[in-house]
Design a protein around this ligand. Structure first.
Ligand code: AGP
Length: 369
């Protein structure tokens, strides 16, 4: 087992460090470098058919569902197709509204999650086309879906999902761009710009992994903490949910993620002296709004770790410390922001002497309902 961990203390840390490669492999041959556009040769349906879909459900569990939340914002922004994200255990017992122009996307690392598989089967019974994003070739989800886009993250062993998430997010970027191409909702130059930035993502993840001292120190400081909050707006909120799940899952610290603007509707009552708050402020269009929420938690005594984009000299004025994300397009930041959040959960778990790879009460894949 020690050998399989490739010199790392745990599978989770190894898998965190495999992300530049996992992301690169998932982009792989799907990016046409010469023409700066996306190609998805694995899709069996025609572009004409794909272009007809005018409504999308994304169905998944846990971390895969969180990848779906990023996918929703991206698909809606780039293709103007409305997307609803649902937890599979809820969705399978709903009476969803389908039309012949509804596409369902299921996301599952393992391809064996019972609720996700059940939701897929329900949709197929209603003759809805199902596209799967999964990491396991030959899995039930891969076999039963009409269409599959594989993530090429390699085997993920740690219960806490890391490289599968970033690879799923990449697969969703690629799908969204492809859909934008066939629907004609983005100009070729806009697509080229995104593709350009996407190719730089693996290198940026690698540089973040090399510089993890600051998040490590912050994580080690959470040893006695009983509760930690994550706040952010739009895509920052989607990533906050993932950071919070990761932390709960392996460090057992109680945590919640909130849309920053929602705090004053209840959660603000929980903020008192020295409560740690991780505040994500990477989205330029709502940056000022997020800062005003940060000021509110600071005024109640919170200790705030802010996440800002490199070159932002403003956030430091309102928080206790700042972690800077390499600059990229706002729509692509989730894939970078999640890295220090994974490391936060990892180092907090290690500081408490817990079993990082096998947290209590949890299984890697949930094959029973
Ligand atoms: C995340 O760290 C989890 N262990 C969990 O939420 C997981 O993402 C979920 O069970 C879904 O698994 P799947 O992707 O294999 O379907």
């Amino acid at each position: 087992v020690q050998a399989e961990k490739g010199g790392y203390d745990s599978f989770m840390l190894k898998e965190i460090h495999e992300q530049p490669q996992a992301v690169r492999d998932t982009m792989g041959a799907r990016i046409d470098e010469n023409n700066k556009r996306v190609i998805l040769p694995e899709l069996k349906m025609s572009d004409v058919e794909l272009a007809t879909y005018d409504r999308i459900y994304i169905v998944a569990c846990g971390t895969s569902m969180h990848a779906g939340l990023v996918g929703k914002d991206v698909i809606e922004k780039w293709t103007r197709v409305p997307v609803e994200v649902a937890v599979a255990s809820e969705f399978r017992y709903r009476d969803p509204i389908y039309t012949d122009k509804t596409l369902m996307i299921v996301i599952s690392q393992s391809g064996e999650t019972a609720d996700t598989l059940a939701a897929l089967r329900e949709a197929k019974k209603s003759n809805v086309k199902v596209l799967a994003i999964t990491n396991v070739v030959g899995s039930s989800v891969a076999r039963e879906a009409d269409e599959v886009i594989f993530t090429w993250a390699g085997p993920e062993v740690a219960v806490a999902s890391t490289k599968a998430y970033t690879s799923q997010v990449v697969a969703l970027y690629l799908f969204s761009l492809y859909l934008a191409q066939v629907k004609g909702t983005m100009a070729a130059v806009e697509i080229a710009e995104v593709v350009e930035h996407l190719s730089e993502i693996p290198g940026k993840i690698a540089s973040m992994l090399e510089n993890d001292d600051q998040i490590r120190r912050f994580a080690e400081g959470t040893k006695e903490v009983s509760s930690l909050f994550f706040i952010g707006r739009s895509l920052d909120y989607a990533v906050s949910l993932e950071g919070s799940l990761k932390l709960k899952e392996i460090s057992y610290i109680h945590s919640e993620a909130y849309p920053a603007g929602e705090l004053k509707h209840g959660t603000l009552a929980l903020i008192e002296d020295n409560v740690p708050v991780v505040a994500l402020a990477t989205q330029p269009d709502i940056y000022e709004k997020t800062v005003s929420n940060i000021v509110e938690v600071k005024a109640r005594g919170a200790h705030v770790l802010g996440f800002a984009t490199e070159g932002n000299h403003d956030l430091a004025k309102s928080v206790d410390e700042v972690i800077y994300m390499p600059a990229t397009l706002p729509m692509l930041t989730p894939i970078l922001t999640v890295i220090p959040l994974q490391l936060l959960a990892y180092y907090a778990s290690v500081a408490r002497g817990l079993d990082v790879d096998k947290p209590r009460n949890l299984a890697k894949s949930v094959t029973v309902e």
